[in-house]
Design a protein around this ligand. Structure first.
Ligand code: ASP
Ligand code: MG
Length: 408
């Protein structure tokens, strides 16, 4: 029986006109060999979004007007989708490129990480019924007036999953420049191995803690709508990583992956009165300027004073400092603000952690034995994250990988 599948190609996969021809070839072969209907989603050609951002920076020096910024950045995907559509036509199939308003990717503005409210798949279905391959611009949405919005960096993954969800949870292949999801970033840890299967939960924890393969929003969307999801190479036909609800033996392997973000910063507020309302005030001050925080750790000290530490993207540090400095001066008398721009966050993820006690203890013991100082700790049911100095991050990944993945 013929199926509908979504294939998303990232920036490197459409990075040159030669690569675009190879994408077209792959899509056409897939259609001809399997009889599947294929919906293509593309990112901008690699480097293009960065180029557009630097043009905007050159004109704006500071915060650009949101509407024009979205219009500008949305243009990258228009180029790649139209070229991909032409290349597919050249190989003998019919194809139409489609922008966000043509698939009614309706979003609500939210600081450049605009949230999808609805997708209308009727135009895509009409094209598929006429054997026309739709090539949809990733990354773009529209607001209620039809103006462009953006799904955040890496947002084409989310476009692809949203479209797959709207097509009755069609399988979604994320075709990229690596052949799957790895147990650690191979650049940091040469012994990392490709994972054949991961649960949505594991992938979500990994994506949100630094595995750059997928935008984490795309994974939660896939989990909610039960979209079968694969990460595979666009350069080879090898099987990639399949992301599923569950797989046999998923609880045996304690650790599936170790991720590391080396672009974080830490802010600490010391000497906060230990009274209700302060954490809310601090986080609201950051939310008001659109800053997402990552780890949040509060501890009660002696003598009725507390300490609150957060980690966040290093790129947001100076804006966050400014926002909190204002709050401290106006409302938090005697509170001291300290910052550290050289923080890495390492996360150890695995379904098996749910029912193997002592994993956190082992992680801290190994780090301690290697004289690696832990600054903050947070956990979820299937993840332990630690913040540490970015200078020791690589070593920490390697020793934990050796213990939990290589020697298991
Ligand atoms: N072109 C956008 C970016 O570079 C979206 C994407 O590639 O997924 O972030
Ligand atoms: Mg990407």
């Amino acid at each position: 029986m013929s199926r509908t599948v979504v294939m998303k190609f990232g920036g490197t996969s459409v990075g040159t006109t030669e690569r675009i021809a190879a994408v077209a070839d792959r899509v056409c072969k897939h259609v001809q060999e399997t009889g599947d209907s294929v919906v293509v989603v593309v990112s901008a050609m690699s480097g293009e979004t960065d180029r557009l951002i630097s043009l905007s920076n050159a004109v704006n020096q500071g915060k650009p007007p949101v509407r024009e910024y979205s219009q500008l950045l949305a243009s990258g995907e228009m180029v790649s989708s139209a070229l991909t559509s032409m290349a597919i036509q050249k190989k003998g199939l019919k194809s139409h490129s489609l922008m966000a308003h043509q698939v009614r990717m309706i979003t609500k503005r939210s600081f450049g990480q605009d949230l999808i409210l609805d997708v209308d798949s009727s135009r895509i279905k009409e094209l598929l019924a006429e054997n026309i391959v739709p090539v949809v611009c990733g990354f773009q949405g529209i607001d209620d007036k039809g103006d462009f919005t953006l799904l955040g960096r890496g947002g084409s993954d989310t476009t692809a999953v949203a479209i797959a969800a709207a097509l009755d949870s069609a399988p979604c292949y994320i075709l990229t420049d690596i052949d799957g999801v790895y147990s650690a970033l191979p650049k940091l840890c040469p012994k990392a191995k490709k994972l054949n299967k991961l649960t949505y939960e594991e992938m979500l924890e990994m994506a949100s803690s630094g595995a750059k393969v997928l935008q984490s929003r795309s994974v939660s969307l896939a989990r909610t709508f039960k979209v079968p999801l694969w990460v595979c190479s666009s350069f080879s036909n090898e099987e990639g990583t399949e992301i599923v609800e569950e797989y046999p033996g998923m609880e045996e392997a304690i650790v599936s992956g170790i991720t590391c973000r080396t672009d974080e910063a830490k802010l600490t507020l010391r000497n906060i009165p230990d009274e209700p309302g302060y954490a809310g005030a601090v986080l609201s001050a950051l939310a008001e300027v659109g800053i997402n925080v990552d780890m949040i750790v509060q501890s009660q000290g002696e003598s009725g004073r507390a300490e609150l530490s957060i980690t966040l993207d290093r790129a947001d540090l100076s804006r966050a400092e400014e926002a909190l400095q204002g709050l401290v001066e106006n409302r938090l008398d005697g509170v001291r603000l300290e910052s550290d721009a050289k923080i890495a966050k390492l996360s150890i993820v695995g379904e098996g952690m749910r029912n193997h006690p002592g994993i956190a203890a082992k992680i801290f013991e190994i780090l301690g034995a290697n004289k690696i100082n832990i600054e903050l700790i947070t956990t979820s049911e299937i993840k332990v994250s630690v913040a540490l100095s970015d200078e020791v991050a690589e070593k920490a990944v390697q020793i934990l990988h050796q213990h939990f993945v290589e020697n298991r």
